[in-house]
Design a protein around this ligand. Structure first.
Ligand code: NDP
Length: 284
């Protein structure tokens, strides 16, 4: 029977650490602020934004929400980004993606000051991740690293396999494992012998978006299995890329969905916002 990695607990620990540091900064007159921008009425985005506001409140940050109508133009959105870039109360800026179709995500992200880009999607931050000189890590891969660290398993020298090569999860995930001296293989939809490659992994991270694709025959006995996927099963129930029931007795450590990677993403956003505030105040 494998040990279940409790993302809720690890996330609560990270947030408690952030809340403590935020309270200490407050005693020195320093407040931390996150601006969250949402355009349109996408219900999933509304939930994500609400959760981010709640997390800010819980750790003692000021949150500034900008809810713009669906028909907002690119120049209107860029004007807001510019205003936030120059607002000293705003340490981090998050534009909730995806934007409505008539807006270009890339143009908007590229115009956020990279020092305030707490999602770490700006090309400067992406480049910094590549060379290992980073302040902000993309939230989901950073959360995965926290979960791996929570197991006590060392990454150095381990066979690490990442399924998925997206810019948001797969690629930065592979980089973070590489920076900790894992031997990393990145798999994708054209990979041959996926099952065999995965079955050799000491650390397996699935970020595919295919419900329960990873079954026990993909798992090396005792491996650390991290499931980033968020999918709906045939009954409409939230599930991961890993077939948890099938794999849980074979893996050494495994994350559930929900309650694994999901709660970490917002915790790492809070971490990035705190880091941004400290850098802008020249602390550290
Ligand atoms: P993308 O769709 O951008 O990328 C999916 C990747 O999986 C691609 O690289 C694709 O390969 C690869 N892939 C697709 N099918 C297969 C297959 N049969 N075998 C091997 N590889 C395959 O998704 P994201 O990276 O954005 O997200 C992945 C999952 O993680 C989703 O379920 C998403 O909802 C979830 N997610 C969860 C978060 C959280 O906080 N828990 C945050 C972000 C994402 P190719 O490049 O060749 O097309």
């Amino acid at each position: 029977m494998s040990k279940i990695i409790d993302g809720k607990q690890v996330s609560a620990d990270v947030k408690a650490r952030i809340a403590k540091e935020t309270a200490e900064l407050k005693t020195k007159g320093i407040e931390v602020g996150l601006a969250v921008v949402i355009v349109g009425e996408d219900p999933a985005s509304q939930v994500y934004v609400r959760n981010k506001e709640k997390a800010c409140e819980a750790v003692g940050f000021n949150s500034y929400k900008y809810a713009l109508p669906e028909q907002t133009t690119e120049s209107e959105l860029l004007e807001l980004v510019d205003k936030l870039n120059n607002d000293p109360k705003v340490n981090g800026i998050l534009v909730q993606l995806p934007l409505p179709k008539h807006l270009n995500d890339k143009v908007i992200i590229d115009n956020i000051k990279y020092e305030k880009d707490v999602d770490a999607f700006h090309p400067v931050n992406v480049g910094k991740i590549m060379i290992g000189d980073y302040s902000f890590l993309p939230c989901t891969p950073a959360g995965v690293m926290e979960l791996i660290h929570s197991t006590g398993v060392e990454v150095a020298g381990k066979q690490c396999v990442v399924i998925g090569r997206s810019n948001i999860v797969g690629k930065p995930m592979a980089m973070l494992l590489l920076h900790e001296s894992g031997t990393v293989t990145i798999c994708h939809s054209k990979t041959k012998n996926l099952k065999e490659i995965c079955a050799d992994a000491d650390i397996l991270v699935a970020a595919v978006g295919r419900a329960k694709m990873v079954t026990a025959d993909y798992i090396k006995p005792g491996a650390v299995v991290i499931d980033v996927g968020m999918n709906r099963d045939e009954n409409g129930k939230l599930c991961g890329d890993v077939d948890f029931e099938d794999c849980k007795d074979k893996a050494g450590y495994i994350t559930p969905v929900p309650g694994g990677v999901g709660p970490m993403t917002i915790a790492m956003l809070m971490q990035n916002t705190l880091t941004a505030a400290k850098q802008q105040q020249c602390i550290e």
